[in-house]
Ligand binder design. Sequence first.
Ligand code: FES
Length: 119
Amino acid sequence: MATPVFLCRDGELAEGESRGFDPWNDGQDTVLLVRHGGKVHGWRDACPHHGGTPMAWRKDAYLNYERDRIVCAAHGAQFDIASGACVLGPCLGQSLQRVELMTTTEQHIYVCPQGQEET
Ligand code: FES
């Protein structure tokens, strides 16, 4: 059974900041974290518009200018940070896939495997 993978310390992610991670050594970032409203949200870096296209336009750049939505660089879809729902663009009605996060008492954030052991 796969174990949770360390991503970063809680304090390393400032409000309005996003960051991509490659926790399962896929050779590209497959998980993104965003701190919004004081809470850290974790999503798959996979746009629902085109079968899981990576969304950042450059490393760690997942947010719009206002830093209140996640944006897919491919065709401009915008997603609500808290719910993952597409609120603008070509995949309205679809949603990002949430990843399960775990924060230890030392404030270390881990991502839980969610079926990675089957791949
Ligand atoms: S692949 Fe993300 S908007 Fe088209």
